[in-house]
Write a protein that binds this ligand. Structure first.
Ligand SMILES: Cc1cc2nc3c(=O)[nH]c(=O)nc-3n(C[C@H](O)[C@H](O)[C@H](O)COP(=O)(O)OP(=O)(O)OC[C@H]3O[C@@H](n4cnc5c(N)ncnc54)[C@H](O)[C@@H]3O)c2cc1C
Length: 412
């Protein structure tokens, strides 16, 4: 294969969007993945382009939430005991970064990237001819108790004031009218108006990959084994050979550590597992509904109603334990009619996380022409295009369209 300017490793939402930005700027780009584009985490998510997620998912600090997580009595957090020893240093740093002292700045940084999430997707959706997959109608954060609703409304009002992200409050009756498929009255909902929802998240990545190819990029389905610097660039070893390039972009999501550790990078990354399952019939919802007190999202997708779960801390290799999914299913059946599951076994994947909740975007500190773009946690589907544009600015040595320092790999 002829030498490329840039090889992008990983064709999830993050890698595919970066590859697309780079090819649009005239580079010869090869995108490598062992799977077709968008078949891993970027397939299995809830499909919400979360413009409202200006505050990243913090470690719970209120004693009530902590106790609930420790006792696994709620449904938003679960853990395997055997995963904890290796995770303790990461969780301690995550806890520390979630303190008010650090979190305010982290959220400001995060908001600067999230602010571009919908607009950057919008360009790509238009160019990729993918508007049939997208609904620009927001989603519902619904609450069962008036106390939880009232707290959520206060937070939504603050976020609207500080960040201009719009919401509407729906009381019990208004929510019932908006979603006649609900079989039990809820206290109400915050309808976030600015997020978009995607009916088939994996297919959106695939459309971006097809656009990338139409623009002259090349996608190859190959497993990546290692990358090593050479006299004039990089050599990437794959399952079937070697590829030479001037630059390498690592966009391997949850698997990034495996490639960068042999190069001497021990970044504080970790993963949070999540599950989903589809239900083909039942009462329809018109838009995704997040039932915060029960820890699930129910989203209408091309494959059926997709039920997604919260966070499970587990080792990569340990077999699935879909306890949260079963609890979520029984809680979901209290508010909507659900048919039998489509799949015999639930899907599961990993959110690629960092201890400061911010993605890692920019030049690798110890090597020339090695670039990182991973660690997008709970919002990688949202942030792929905005991160890809920032990375392309940095590789091209242009004035970046937003301040890259908060996301720089050398911050750890
Ligand atoms: C249940 C759940 C719900 C979620 N809901 C949302 C949501 O509504 N909105 C949102 O914004 N985010 C959501 N997320 C988070 C989001 O899905 C992730 O942050 C995002 O998909 C990460 O994208 P990525 O491209 O970094 O990783 P991935 O999509 O996992 O891509 C990494 C790619 O690297 C490839 N790869 C790995 N190792 C190798 C190798 N050795 N050789 C070749 N290829 C390799 C994989 O095949 C994969 O395609 C959710 C996550 C979960 C689990």
């Amino acid at each position: 294969m002829s030498r490329k300017d840039i090889v992008v490793l990983g064709a999830g939402m993050v890698g595919t969007s970066a590859a697309l930005h780079l090819v649009q700027r005239g580079h010869s780009v090869l995108l490598l993945d062992r799977e077709p584009p968008g078949r891993e985490t970027s397939y299995g998510n809830a499909g919400i382009i979360q413009r409202e997620a200006v505050e990243p998912y913090a470690f719970p600090r209120a004693w009530r939430s902590l106790l609930s997580a420790a006792l696994q009595s709620g449904n938003d957090v679960r853990y395997h005991i055997c995963a904890l020893p290796a995770l303790v240093p990461r969780l301690a740093a995550y806890w520390n970064n979630s303190s008010p002292k650090h979190y305010v700045q982290i959220a400001n940084d995060y908001a600067s990237l999230i602010a571009h999430s919908v607009t950057e997707h919008a360009h790509l959706i238009r160019e990729a001819g993918a508007s049939d997959l997208v609904a620009e109608e927001g989603y519902l954060a619904a609450y069962r108790t008036p106390e939880a609703l009232s707290l959520a409304v206060k937070r939504a009002e603050r976020i609207e004031l500080e960040h201009g992200v719009r919401h509407q409050l729906l009381d019990t009756d208004a929510l019932g009218r908006a979603e006649p498929g609900l079989i039990r009255p809820m206290a109400g909902a915050v309808h976030w108006l600015d997020p978009w929802r995607v009916r088939d998240p994996g297919e959106l990545v695939n459309r971006y990959a097809r656009l990338f190819e139409r623009r002259g990029g090349q996608f190859l389905r190959e497993g990546v084994v290692a990358a090593k610097p050479t006299a004039n660039g990089w050599s990437v070893k794959t399952d079937s050979g070697e590829v030479q390039a001037n630059h390498v972009v690592v966009a391997l999501g949850p698997w990034a550590s495996r490639l960068i550790q042999p190069l001497g990078y021990h970044l504080p990354l970790f993963v949070k597992r999540g599950y989903h399952r589809h239900y083909s019939e039942g009462s329809a919802l018109s838009m995704p509904l997040f039932d915060a007190e029960s820890g699930f999202v129910l989203a209408p997708t091309a494959q059926g109603m997709r039920l997604t779960t919260g966070v499970e801390f587990a080792n990569f290799e340990s077999p699935p334990t879909p306890v949260q999914l079963l609890k979520a299913e029984s809680a979901a059946r209290q508010i909507v009619k659900l048919s039998r599951p489509v799949e015999s076994l639930p899907w599961y994947g990993w959110r690629p996380c960092t201890v400061d909740m911010k993605p890692v975007i920019g030049r690798a500190p110890k090597h020339k022409c090695l670039w990182f773009n991973f660690g997008h946690g709970h919002q990688g589907f949202t942030l792929g295009p905005a991160s890809g544009r920032l990375l392309a600015d940095l590789i091209d040595g242009q004035q970046p369209y937003l301040d890259p320092k908060p996301f720089a790999p050398d911050r750890f």
